[in-house]
Ligand binder design. Structure first.
Ligand code: HSE
Length: 306
């Protein structure tokens, strides 16, 4: 693509089981491929190539909305043309909307000679999440931009902490059904019991400490969600069976990726991650549910620009 920069914008796993809206992890695979260039007039042109047809109206497109906000806030005299080859299926639960938003804003920043801080990139990218989910959340866009594991302590004001973590393998199992994030948020209970909240706080603190101390057993026993999973897992066929078979195969643990329907599992070795992948595929085959799988690793760089 002569005259365009190329962007690889990664899939991400939000929530990391117990950290609803506050934890996220960046994946090596899959990623969207995007091409971008500056245009002479302020405004955004979106084109999609590949299998997925995306909204061409920039205000309704998760890549377009952050760019429109950037042009307006910074009073830019230029605009952007964005070509998106969407490899991450919308509604898959591995940060499809976030990949477009994070890729577009990181690409724009590159074209503008890096005028923005990473935190600003996350702030603009959240405008894309608003288009997709109806609310701003940063647990996909932050890890997509920072790489590795992000803790989003707060979004207003933004407070993002990168968490060091062991070199784990990630198995993603994506049953071919679509769950809209906005729908998966609607069904959640608005109130939680104090005893559940206490359990969840303990698990979040344990998980973060486990990542920072390379303590795999602590990671494993902290991968528990008593608030969101019991509600959302009902939307995912075979969820409990896959979770049990993955743990039996030696996975550290896992659960719903973002708002689902994808399931993710963390493993210490590639062999275990492969076993998790094959047993889950077998379960979906028996249930007559088509599924896609990825056996990948934690991406420590985030969005890549060439
Ligand atoms: N934290 C968000 C949710 C992530 O679970 O609704 C959506 O990908």
């Amino acid at each position: 693509m002569e005259g365009y920069i190329t962007i690889h914008s990664p899939a991400t796993v939000a929530n990391l089981v117990c950290g609803f809206d506050i934890l996220g992890l960046c994946l090596e695979q899959p990623y969207d491929v995007m091409y971008m260039k500056l245009t002479d007039e302020p405004g955004v042109v979106i084109r999609s190539i590949g299998e997925q047809e995306l909204p061409a109206d920039p205000a309704a497109n998760t890549a377009g909305a952050p760019l429109l906000e950037l042009i307006e806030e910074k009073k830019l005299n230029n605009g952007f043309e964005v070509i998106i080859d969407k490899k991450i299926r919308p509604g898959s639960g591995i940060g499809s909307s976030s990949a477009s938003a994070a890729g577009a804003i990181a690409g724009a920043n590159h074209l503008l000679s890096n005028i923005l801080l990473k935190e600003d990139l996350v702030r603009y990218a959240m405008a894309g999440e608003k288009v997709a989910a109806g609310v701003k959340h940063a647990d996909n866009v932050a890890p997509a931009i920072y790489g590795g594991i992000s803790l989003i302590r707060s979004i207003f004001p933004l407070d993002i902490i990168s968490i060091p973590c062991p070199d784990l393998y990630v198995t993603v199992i994506h049953p071919q059904i679509e769950v809209k994030t906005s729908d998966a948020r609607q069904i959640l209970k608005k109130q939680v019991l104090l005893k559940d909240a206490i359990k969840q706080w303990g698990n979040i603190a344990g998980l973060v400490t486990g990542f920072m101390q390379n303590n795999l057993e602590l990671i494993s026993r902290s991968l528990e969600d008593v608030i969101i999973e019991p509600v959302r897992s009902i939307l995912i066929p075979g969820f409990n069976e896959i979770k049990t078979s993955s743990i039996n195969a030696g996975a550290l643990g896992g659960g719903i990726s973002g708002s689902g329907p994808s399931i993710f599992m963390l493993s210490e070795t590639k062999e275990i991650a492969g076993k998790v992948e094959s047993t889950a595929s077998e379960i979906y085959k028996n249930l007559n549910v088509e599924c896609n799988t990825y056996l990948t690793k934690i991406n420590r760089q985030g969005v890549k620009i060439f």
